[in-house]
Design a protein around this ligand. Structure first.
Ligand SMILES: *[C@@H]1O[C@H](CO)[C@@H](O)[C@H](O)[C@H]1NC(C)=O
Ligand SMILES: *[C@@H]1O[C@H](CO)[C@@H](O)[C@H](O)[C@H]1NC(C)=O
Length: 237
């Protein structure tokens, strides 16, 4: 399983055994407008975002986006375990956002499906090496869940009998999307310009505002100029 880029990472596959015991109380598939479903999706994402290590300096709080949920629903209806072919095309998946990210999950329907799927994505953190920003397997779902500037999410659940008994697809779309990875020598590597934790690591106490530096230089030059002008006019007049 190789990731070609952040939005076309191969989805993670769940072990089907885990859910057998809870099949007796198989829940209903909620529509994307269901308040409990929306709350579940948003809550687990924010819970996982809150536990990134090291702590985030400027991570945004994630909220629901109905348009993203519609995109997720439209794609989930196809019941194919592949990424939305329109992801990556600008302005193709959302009326306002240029680009959209996507995480896919397939597994057995349980009442914990939203929580378990999102946690599976987050658990890719174990393949992610903080010290040199590299990924040993697949990390694109993790980075999309915790990407600091992503603040909109919309998800959909769909029963997919063609994929197996009680099998569901869980699709989440995100905006703005994360783009942490580039391909180096055929291997996945985080982009040097935007490493996944760049924003998470930000140490505000080290940041000197550029405007302040510019203003100081400007003031110095002006007072220097005034002094020179004063001295020369004294000498010649
Ligand atoms: C799914 O989530 C529930 C509730 O958080 C948890 O008890 C259970 O262990 C999870 N199952 C898997 C397979 O992760
Ligand atoms: C942030 O920078 C300050 C000042 O250089 C330093 O004392 C502190 O340990 C840094 N914090 C982190 C989390 O790196």
């Amino acid at each position: 399983n190789q990731c070609l880029n952040s939005s076309s990472c191969l989805p993670s596959i769940l072990a089907f055994m885990a859910a057998q015991s809870s099949l007796a109380q198989l829940p209903q598939i909620p529509p994307i407008t269901d308040p409990k479903f929306i709350e579940d999706c948003v809550k687990i994402h924010n819970e996982l975002r809150a536990i990134v290590n090291p702590t985030a300096g400027n991570m945004k709080y994630m909220t629901w986006d109905a348009s993203l949920a519609k995109t997720a629903r439209a794609w989930s209806k196809k019941c194919v375990f592949k990424h939305n072919v329109h992801i990556g095309k600008r302005h193709a998946c959302h009326p306002l956002f240029k680009t959209v990210g996507e995480n896919l999950w397939m597994g057995i329907l349980t009442k914990y499906v939203v929580r378990n799927a999102t946690t599976d994505w987050f658990n890719e953190v174990k393949y992610f090496e903080m010290s040199d920003n590299t990924c040993s397997r697949v990390c694109g779902h993790y980075t999309q869940v915790v990407w600091a500037s992503t603040y909109k999410v919309g998800c959909a659940l769909k029963m997919c009998p063609n994929l197996g008994k009680h099998v569901v697809m869980f699709v989440c779309n995100y905006s703005p999307d994360c783009k942490p990875f580039i391909i180096l020598n055929g291997l996945m590597a985080p982009s040097p310009t935007r490493p996944p934790h760049h924003t998470l690591r930000c140490n505000h106490s080290l940041v000197i505002p550029k405007r302040l530096v510019f203003l100081c230089c400007l003031l110095f030059l002006i007072s220097y100029q005034i002094t020179i002008t004063a001295l020369t006019s004294e000498r010649y007049h």
